[in-house]
Write a protein that binds this ligand. Structure first.
Ligand SMILES: Cc1cc2nc3c(=O)[nH]c(=O)nc-3n(C[C@H](O)[C@H](O)[C@H](O)COP(=O)(O)OP(=O)(O)OC[C@H]3O[C@@H](n4cnc5c(N)ncnc54)[C@H](O)[C@@H]3O)c2cc1C
Length: 425
């Protein structure tokens, strides 16, 4: 009896390779013709394989956080790196400014092809262009209903990902299968996704302006802070700082929309979560000192710290004439301008949804699985790994780190259990 891995993305490829390394006979079933399509488009086609340091406290889950941390730590970062460099023979290079690791070749295809080749060399049988539609427990294991007929397996690893970028093969069937088998799902929402602006803000005129910012939001009373690149687009806001904080509003709008069917997905319900921007490194006290300069044009002072087009826009919104000098700046104007510069509420009108989301938030609750083996607590012999689980990390290679670590743990555990039940003759 074999181990079936459903989904040949990042987590499934690693799970299959480790299950085979652990001695199991493994079949990997993948709906696309070649698998690993998210790997191919990751990191702008360069694949940010891993971070150089793991930001454990920046991962997001609605499940107990210690479970997430334990699962991630099961495969320490240096060992993950060694797997790619030593076992797959793909040297990685550090991008100093961002702390991200990429293949030295800067080709995502090398990672995808390397993983497929490694799994094949360990004896994994690949069944591409095959969709699993249902999984039913049966005598001695499971029956998998697929688009190419039924398949039997002693153990199944579900690595079907979430709902993000459906063109890569993710359509949520795996989540549905997990629910049918009795697992508790945390409601899903797009995460690491660009946000839409509101037409009234006039921000479309700033399209193309980019700068480094600090963003803050306080969903559920907990402060979330991000910093780094911010880009005004013709539809709204993007860049690393925006992607990393987008879940604070998408999560809220999706839970509001599931409570009221009148809300269009992607459009914001009445939101209590505000994202506030500090447009430069200067906080309110620092701007107070800047505006103490004797008789200088305010616009010139702003232009030293924020792009000129943004500075002019903020002055207009704060009701300050373009020719105002520090000597003529009224106290109320000064306070209003400093508020706009350091605590600006982004007029978020929606989000780009799953089509552009790098990951899916929510999924199979982490306390539905055994922390070490990732075996389901509801359905013996079934394992989960990767994005289907209720966890995601910030951009920077953290989501692959999650996929690799949980894929390896599920693969090894399924093989170990298989050997216990069906020892070699
Ligand atoms: C544009 C983009 C860029 C990204 N860049 C990075 C990056 O640089 N670094 C990083 O760490 N993360 C990045 N990510 C996130 C990362 O790609 C995901 O976190 C990761 O791929 C999740 O792995 P997974 O195996 O769980 O899911 P997936 O990679 O989505 O794989 C799931 C697989 O299951 C298959 N499948 C689904 N349902 C079925 C079914 N019913 N039957 C058979 N097969 C099925 C799908 O075809 C797919 O191949 C990026 C994501 C996107 C969208």
């Amino acid at each position: 009896m074999s181990v079936a891995v459903v989904g040949g993305g990042a987590a499934g490829l690693v799970a299959a390779a480790f299950a085979a390394t652990g001695g199991a006979e493994v079949t990997l079933i993948e709906r696309t013709a070649d698998g690993g399509r998210k790997i191919l488009i990751s990191g702008g086609g360069r694949c940010n394989v891993l971070p150089s340091e793991l930001a454990l406290d920046r991962f997001v889950t609605d499940s107990p956080a210690h479970l997430l941390r334990g699962m991630l730590r099961s495969w320490p970062l240096p060992e993950q790196r060694a797997f790619f460099e030593r076992d797959l023979g793909i040297p990685l290079a550090l991008e100093e400014a961002s702390g991200k690791l990429f293949p030295q070749s800067n080709r995502a295809k090398d990672i995808r092809d390397g993983l497929v080749a490694f799994a094949r060399a360990r004896g994994v049988r690949m069944q591409f262009s095959t969709s699993v539609t249902a999984i039913q427990p049966s005598t001695g294991g499971f029956t998998l209903r697929t688009s190419n007929g039924d398949l039997q397996a002693a153990r199944v690893i579900l690595a079907t990902g979430g709902l993000s970028v459906p063109a890569t093969g993710s359509d949520g069937t795996g989540l549905q299968v997990a629910a049918e088998l009795g697992h508790r799902l945390i409601p899903t929402y797009p995460a690491l996704t660009p946000l839409l602006g509101s037409s009234a803000s006039g921000h479309a005129l700033l399209s193309g302006v980019s700068l480094d910012v600090r963003l803050r939001a306080k969903p559920d009373g907990r402060m979330v802070e991000t910093s780094g690149g911010f880009l005004f687009t013709h539809r709204g806001y993007s860049g690393p700082s925006v992607l990393d904080i987008s879940h604070t509003v998408t999560r809220e709008s999706r839970s509001a929309s599931s409570a009221s069917s009148a809300v269009t997905p992607g459009a914001m319900a009445d939101r209590s979560v505000a994202i506030r921007a500090q447009w430069s490194a200067l906080d309110a006290a620092a701007w107070e000192s800047v505006f103490d300069a004797p008789s200088t044009l305010i616009s010139s002072l702003l232009a030293r710290h924020v792009p000129a087009r943004l500075g002019e826009h903020l002055m207009r919104e704060a009701g300050i004439p373009p020719d105002r000098r520090t000597s003529g700046l009224r106290r109320t104007e000064r306070l209003s301008l400093i508020g706009h510069l350091t605590s600006y509420v982004l007029p978020v009108g929606g989000d780009e949804g799953y089509k552009k989301a790098e990951v899916t938030g929510g999924g199979v609750a982490l306390d539905e699985v055994e922390p070490r083996t990732l075996e389901s607590r509801r359905c013996q012999g079934l394992y989960f790994c990767g994005e289907i689980l209720d966890a995601f990390g910030p951009i920077g290679g953290h989501n692959f780190a999650w996929a690799w670590a949980t894929g390896r743990a599920a693969g090894l555990a399924a093989a170990e259990a298989n050997t216990r039940t069906h020892p070699a003759p």
